[in-house]
Ligand binder design. Structure first.
Ligand code: UT7
Length: 311
C-alpha cells in the first residue's frame, strides 16, 4: 500500500486582534493571569460577516496553490469543525461549490480539537488504498460565535482560524507513518456546547496533560520509531502548560515545539495546521523531518500523527 503525505498547506487567521487587556475592561481577569495560566497574549476573532466556510476557503486556496493542485482534481474534501456555518449543509459541501471541485465527495468531521488529526487519518485510508489521489483536509473554527463572552473561564481562551492541507500519495518512506486515535466519552460533559461553550477547565487540563504525552509516545512507537527519532512536535495549541508537558514526555528541547498559542489562543481543530504553516515558514520543519502532531478535545477525544515530512 502506498503512503499518504502532505503536498501543500495553507492557513487563515485574520480579523479583529483582541489583546488580553481588552478582556480586563469587561471581565474580572487580568493580562497577567491569562499569560501565566495559558500562555495566551492575544487572539483573532473573525469579522462578523466572515463565517467558518469563508475562513476555510482562504486556507484551502493557499493549500491548493502550494500543492500545485487544481480544485477540479480533488477527490474528497474533509472539513474538521465544531462551528459550521449551518448544522447542515456541511462546510465541505459549501466549499466543494465555492472552490469548484466537481468530482469531490464532501464530508465534515466532528472531533473538536482533535478533528484535524481525525481528518488526516481518514484521508490516509482513502489514499493508502488507492481509492482517492487528492484529498483536501481542513481544520476550521469560528469559536467566537459560540463563546460566552461574559464567562471568564472560557472567553479568554479561544480564537478563530483555519488551516488546510492537500494530501496525496508520497514516496514510500514519507508521509503519515502512523496515527493514534481515541475517545473517552465518560468525560463528554467536560467541554460541551449547550447552547454556548461550557467547560470544566481543570478536568480537561488533567486529561490533556496525560493524554497528549501518552498519545505522542504511542504514535512514535506505532511508526516503529522511538522518541529520539522525533525532530519536531506540533501540539494542539490550547495552553502552553499542557503543550510543555507533551514536549517533556518526548524529551524535546523547547525550540523543537511549535508555539502559536500566544498569538491565536486556542483555535480548536485549526490550531495544528495553523502552527504547521507558521513553523514551515520559519524554516523549523525540513524535508525528511519526523513531525509528531497531537491534539485532544471535547468528546473527550484525542489523536496523534507521525509524519515524515516531504513528498
Ligand atoms: O482544546 C481543549 C479546550 N480546553 C482546554 O484546553 C482547557 C484546559 N484547561 C486549562 O487550560 C486550564 O484549566 C485553565 C486555563 C482553563 C484554567 O487554569 P487553571 O490553572 O487550571 O485554573 P483553575 O481552573 O484551577 O482555576 C483557578 C482560579 C479559579 O478561581 P477559584 O475557584 O480558585 O477562586 C477560577 O475561577 O482561576 C479562576 N479563573 C480566572 N481568573 C482570572 C478562571 N478563569 C479566569 C480568568 N481570569 N480568565
Amino acid at each position: 500500500m502506498r503512503n499518504a503525505g502532505i503536498w501543500g498547506i495553507g492557513s487563515f487567521a485574520e480579523g479583529r486582534e483582541i489583546t488580553n487587556k481588552e478582556f480586563e475592561k469587561t471581565l474580572d481577569t487580568s493580562d497577567e493571569w491569562i499569560r501565566s495560566r495559558t500562555g495566551i497574549e492575544r487572539r483573532v476573532f473573525a469579522h462578523d460577516d466572515v463565517n467558518t466556510s469563508d475562513m476555510a476557503y482562504h486556507a484551502a486556496v493557499e493549500a491548493l496553490q502550494t500543492a500545485e493542485v487544481n480544485a477540479e482534481e480533488l477527490d474528497l474534501i474533509l472539513v474538521a469543525t465544531v462551528t459550521p456555518d449551518y448544522p447542515f449543509p456541511s462546510v465541505s459541501a459549501l466549499l466543494q461549490e465555492r472552490l469548484g471541485a466537481p468530482k469531490a465527495a464532501a464530508m465534515d468531521v466532528s472531533a473538536a480539537c482533535a478533528g484535524f488529526i481525525y481528518g488526516m487519518a481518514t484521508a490516509d485510508q482513502f489514499i493508502k488504498t488507492g481509492t482517492y489521489d487528492k484529498v483536501l483536509v481542513i481544520g476550521v473554527e469560528k469559536l467566537s460565535k459560540i463563546t460566552d463572552m461574559t464567562d471568564r473561564n472560557t472567553a479568554v481562551l479561544f480564537g478563530d482560524g483555519a488551516g488546510a492541507v492537500v494530501m496525496g500519495p508520497v514516496e514510500e518512506d514519507k508521509g503519515l507513518l502512523a496515527f493514534d486515535l481515541g475517545s473517552d466519552g465518560s468525560g463528554a460533559m467536560h467541554i460541551r456546547q449547550d447552547p454556548q461553550l461550557i467547560m470544566n477547565g481543570r478536568e480537561v487540563f488533567k486529561f490533556a496533560v496525560r493524554q497528549m504525552g501518552e498519545s505522542s509516545l504511542k504514535v512514535v512507537e506505532k511508526a516503529g520509531l522511538t522518541k529520539d527519532d522525533v525532530d519536531f512536535l506540533v501540539p494542539h495549541q490550547a495552553n502552553i502548560r499542557i503543550m510543555e508537558a507533551a514536549r517533556q514526555r518526548l524529551e524535546l528541547p523547547v525550540e523543537k515545539m511549535a508555539v502559536t498559542v500566544h498569538k491565536y489562543g486556542n483555535t480548536s481543530s485549526s490550531s495544528i495546521p495553523i502552527a504547521l504553516v507558521e513553523e514551515l515558514k520559519n524554516g523549523k520543519i525540513k524535508d525528511g523531518d519526523l513531525v509528531v502532531m497531537v491534539g485532544f478535545g471535547s468528546g473527550l477525544v484525542w489523536g496523534a500523527a507521525a509524519v515524515r515530512w516531504g513528498r
